[in-house]
Design a protein. Structure first.
Length: 103
């Protein structure tokens, strides 16, 4: 440990503190660089979509035909809870299929 009662000890602590601060700033900078580069390159961030575009089209079609969630889920190998939340739709289209009233 550095002796903080002497000027040499305080200098060493000041230098070590400055290096720690520099390292922290570099870490933050590198961490932010990855997602920014991915966005510039046009890559999609986050989890991959659970349903393909074809499956989403099928779900939309079957829902408009009046099929229930359990039947649709069996046909696309997904859970019915996933379909009930509307996770397969984009945010702007989620209100198109309101939840059916409970009996």
């Amino acid at each position: 440990m550095a002796d903080t009662t002497t000027s040499h000890g305080r200098l060493i602590l000041t230098v070590l503190g400055g290096l720690a601060e520099l390292e922290r700033e570099l870490t933050v900078q590198r961490t932010q660089e990855g997602p920014n580069r991915a966005k510039r390159e046009g890559r999609r961030l986050g989890r991959p979509p659970k349903l393909s575009a074809h499956q989403k089209a099928l779900v939309t079609k079957w829902r408009s035909e009046g099929r229930d969630n359990a039947d649709i889920a069996r046909n696309i190998s997904s859970g019915s809870a996933f379909l009930k939340t509307g996770c397969h739709l984009s945010r702007k289209n989620r209100r198109r299929f309101p939840r059916p009233p409970r009996n």
